[in-house]
Design a protein around this ligand. Structure first.
Ligand code: AMP
Ligand code: MG
Length: 352
């Protein structure tokens, strides 16, 4: 299949861009697939109400079919059609954080096929905060099922070139809207349990949800690497966000971390391996690996989130075999950063 590539500037959606979005909407209406930017990561979109479209999404990504898709909408009222009723909690959260990086799990209506929900009776819903995404959702009929636009298991794409790398020839169109704003997938909160529960941490933190709903719990399996329980979001049980080489997180005092990583990368280099390090502003000049990524200032979580997946992808581009990353504070957005980093590393952590 020939994959069309169009470039659109979210800040200047001119007549030509509008035409391209309309065309992309038609592709989705007719059962095709389009990768598009959102504020979190790039999504791979198909008609959420068409079971054939969802099957195509799983096939293009190589995604296990029990891993449900998130339905993206552009109008809060559209929740009614795809759920069995909208709770007060859902309305409050939508008002506070939509459009934005928050996905809510609710009981589905019979309008949503089981192919979209991975066989579950619940549906995940989000309204993204990106103009191109919102226009595309409207142009496609209102309901786009969209997981991250990467091959299953690889780091989510935060720039269009990685959608091209994974999906060129497999989908109808890719919309390049530049580097995304946030860089980590949405927070997922389950509203079907008595106490709302966070199933995947993201930019919208537990405290932000607590502020609106008064209470929220966290699925323990997503923060406790020693837990043997199954995560409640089916997708969280799979290997995820992983670069091709081996990644180890190193935790400890800065000096010790730098010394340990330099000694390990030197050993790997002598064995003929290509080495990489993920560091921060204050440490990158100290590392001796073949390639060193700077995620920015240690206390600037937004920039760290923004740069993390790109750094992991670049290691793949550069053929890096052995990688080390510094560890980060896991409060606030840091919880999402450490959740992704730990999964990328297969929970391989050295404590000094
Ligand atoms: P991705 O689209 O790649 O960000 O993955 C979507 C995530 O949402 C996966 O971890 C899914 O398991 C999760 N998810 C989607 N729908 C549901 C649902 N109905 N219940 C629980 N988790 C869900
Ligand atoms: Mg994904």
């Amino acid at each position: 299949m020939e994959t069309e590539l169009v470039v659109i500037d979210e800040k200047h959606i001119n007549a030509e861009a509008e035409e391209a979005i309309k065309h992309a909407g038609e592709i989705i209406k007719q059962g095709g697939l389009v990768a598009f930017p959102t504020e979190t990561v790039y999504g791979l979109g198909g008609d959420a109400l068409n079971p054939e479209s969802s099957k195509k999404i799983y096939a293009a990504k190589g995604r296990p079919s029990d891993n449900p898709l998130i339905v993206h909408i552009a109008d809060i009222e559209d929740i009614e059609y795809i759920t069995d009723g909208v709770s007060e909690a859902a309305r409050k959260l939508a008002k506070a954080y939509w459009p934005g990086p928050l996905t809510m799990i609710m009981n589905k209506s019979d309008k949503v096929p089981f192919e979209t929900t991975g066989g579950l009776g619940t549906v995940a819903i989000r309204m993204p905060n990106n103009k191109i995404a919102l226009e595309l959702i409207k142009a496609s009929g209102g309901y786009i099922a969209a997981p991250s636009a990467n091959t299953s298991g690889r780091p989510s794409p935060t720039v269009a070139r990685y959608c091209v790398e994974d999906l060129d020839g497999k989908i109808n169109m890719i919309i390049d809207g530049g580097q995304v704003g946030i860089g980590l997938e949405s927070t997922i909160v389950d509203l079907t349990s008595d106490v709302p529960m966070i199933l995947r941490p993201g930019y919208i933190t537990a405290d932000m949800i607590k502020k609106v709903l008064g209470e929220v719990s966290i699925d323990k399996t997503i923060i406790d690497s020693s837990s043997t329980l199954k995560p409640k979001a089916p997708g969280m049980k799979y290997k995820h966000y992983a670069p091709k080489g081996t990644l180890t997180i190193v935790s400890g005092a800065q000096e010790d971390v730098v010394r340990y990583i330099n000694s390990e990368t030197e050993k790997a280099r002598l064995e003929g391996k290509r080495t990489g390090v993920i560091g921060t502003d204050s440490t990158v000049s100290l590392y001796k690996a073949d390639t060193v990524k700077n995620l920015g200032k240690r206390d600037d979580e937004n920039t760290i989130a923004h740069e993390l997946f790109k750094a992991l992808r670049e290691f793949d581009d550069e053929g890096v075999d052995i990688m080390f990353s510094e560890s980060f504070d896991d409060s606030g957005i840091g919880q999402a950063i450490m959740n992704r980093l730990l999964k990328a590393a297969g929970h391989n952590v050295v404590f000094l």
